[in-house]
Design a protein. Sequence first.
Length: 744
Amino acid sequence: MAEHKYYVVPSPFPTLARGVFSLKQPDGQYRIVARGYDKFFNIGEVGWTTWAALETHTTAPYTLSLKSNGCIIFIAALTPEKLLITSKHAVGPAKGEMKLSHADAGEAWLRKYLAQKGRTEADLAGVLWEKNWTAVAELCDDSFEEHVLAYPAEMTGLHLHGLNESTKAFKTQPHAIVDAFAEEWGFIKTASTELPHHCCRARIHRRGQQDRRVERRPRRRLCRPHAGRAPPPTATPRSAPPYPSGASFFFKVKFDEPYMMYRDWREVTKSLLGMRRAKGKGKGDGMSIDALPKSKMRRAETQVYARWVIEEIRRDPGAFAEYNENKGYRKKALKSKGGAKTTPGEGDFGKTIILPVAIPGCGKTAVAVALSHIFGFGHTQSDDVNAKKPAPIFIKNVTDLLKKHDVVIADKNNHLQQHRQALREATASFTPRVRLLALNWALDAQPLAGVHRLCADRIQQRGANHQTLRPDSAKAYEDVLWTFLTKAEPLAPSEVDEVAEMELVDGLDEAVGRAVDACVRVLGLPPPTPATVETALARARGYEPKAKRPDPPPGKNAKVKEPRYFALLPEVALESLLAPVLADVPFWTALQGAGRVAKRPHVTLVHENALKASDRDADAPAIAEAQEFWARCKGLDEMSTGRPPLFRFRLGHVVWNERIMAVTVDGVELAEEADAGQAGAAFVTQLPEEVRQRLHITVGTRDANVAAVEAKAMVETWRQAPTSAQSIPLGGTVTTGRVKGLQK
């Protein structure tokens, strides 16, 4: 059951269960023996888990419960006297391996509980059989398998968090019944609280602030509404949940820090151990901080940790013998002083500059407007400066505001190192020194095409409400975005004093929440009340710039180049996708070493060469078909209102010969329709079969003398004769993209 299909409404599956086991009965029918939860999503991950959709489609009471960090275990009745104990995917012992399976580890804990309660397997099986329930528990046992979070002895074992009916439709018991069942049978209870009114959002936000500010424990919380109502007639397909009225409905709320930091530490350690193994007996041990993924090294704490763990591996490599089995070293690493952040004391700083590190469409100005209302910060925008050389004036505006405010927001993209350095140099003479707090919208968290789509949509949605960068029929703003994306320089922690990591995918509420948390944590400010935050959000949504520069007069800079071809822009990072698959392929290594892996991959749909007349009359039908297809692609690209459709497609194989490498593209389908009309559905239906057969991404060519178009012929030949080129399957990797007209 392909993971991405759970995002589709209506669902193509007979059930949305993640983890379901059935047994054929003597009459030929099947009985569901064990059933997990329906696939559930984080806030904003799908259309029906935005806060607006949840407030429309769900009703109180809500149960807010802790999400444990282990592996899921299902316990159900195979017969009235015999139990089935299983993980999400597998029953019984680990095959061919001398280690305990998840199912066996879960069973061992269950047997312990039954013995402590003086009960038998048949006792529990009888209850589960009568109720037709599946008990759902989280196995948290560091001696068996370590996850990011550590569990003390008293919290080690099976944490019961659900009792599901073993039926096709998802129905789960209220948490009070789950707790009573845990008490009766010896399970560890899962912490929860009941929210009787429609105050779920504010309560979760407050609780998340407490977790991060006071307890300093990495937690993730899960909200489980147990009631719902039918969507109103005006609901859009993207926001309506795939459930009937009254159904059980789960969603999750992730508070990433410091959980994600600890997870990065785990992955960094595994990468360093891999470098050491790959080096073999050569000179040195191969471990290098510079070779670690930049996406994992954004935090200053992680850079300190990486240096420390390299020394630990060199000092005592035997201590890491079971690290890749998720055993044996996490606790020592997380408790080490080497992992502690070295932050200057409060007395070292006087004033503070908050500087976004972003690109247009991230939401930096909206966040700045909200922060200035909540805390009274000074706020100045680069876009308000109307001069041939705006940079010096903007810097002066920042330093002037510092004379009146303790904290000033330097509202500019600051996407280049020179911008950040200019702020540092402008305040170098201040005593006490000025703290630089960066709000960092890092661009390496997702492929550039995905970042571009997200930010371009936001620019389109805000319309004329900007000083200069406004949507236009020629879509020049999209070219501006690409310029920012290709020129942006990642923030190094040494450039600033503190970093608050922002997320591009966050809505305004979540982005402001992250920024507020950073101000409370770094500046020592009191947390704002929910009412203050709501007022600030309203101001941010209603913000209009003080002055807008006029559009250029008609004719000036209006020459628009026609595209040379139309393509799907897949939201995929080729190097991240292919590096693990092609680690031992010399041609891939050569492409990487020469910097010849495509940075902005595309899937060509139709090229202008296909529109040109030929001497052969027989080509006339093909040319007419190409012209019609060109017009359909152009219509999608030039949609001037709302969002164009988004398409989903599968990356099948990576294919190569001695000259060129490509990734095949299969199964184009509609992921999200346009805001108006059925243009996307019509495009998929009318996609010519000849086009489907040649769809591919050109990964790279051997050198500049090899034309990228050779990939088309290679893929077409390979589809007919798989031995004509070398290939490796990519495991059904799915990505998305829109149709765009491109020049090169």
